[in-house]
Design a protein. Structure first.
Length: 90
């Protein structure tokens, strides 16, 4: 078992940890619910635009996914709150 990351694997940034904790708190998730935050690069070749995907995978219930059109390091807790708590269209 590795206690430190394998070579070439970085620890999550403190900001990502804060965002994950904020998702747990905002949605009232239990400890068994997984929160995954990933930054992806999409867009046109030569002009990539970073997006951040937040996924919630509860042990019981439906998975949810949100996309924020900003790099993860620029997302504030207020932006996260506005996105996660916005009513979803039916």
């Amino acid at each position: 078992m590795y206690l430190e990351p394998r070579p070439g694997i970085a620890w999550p940034s403190p900001h990502l940890r804060e965002l994950k904790n904020a998702v747990h708190a905002l949605l009232g998730l239990d400890d068994d619910s997984a929160v995954i935050i990933r930054q992806i690069i999409s867009g046109e070749v030569g002009h990539p635009s970073p997006e951040t995907v937040v996924a919630v995978l509860p042990m019981d219930g439906e998975a949810h996914r949100w996309t924020l059109h900003r790099p993860a390091e620029q997302i504030t807790e207020n932006e996260l709150r506005a996105t996660l708590l916005r009513p979803r269209p039916n």
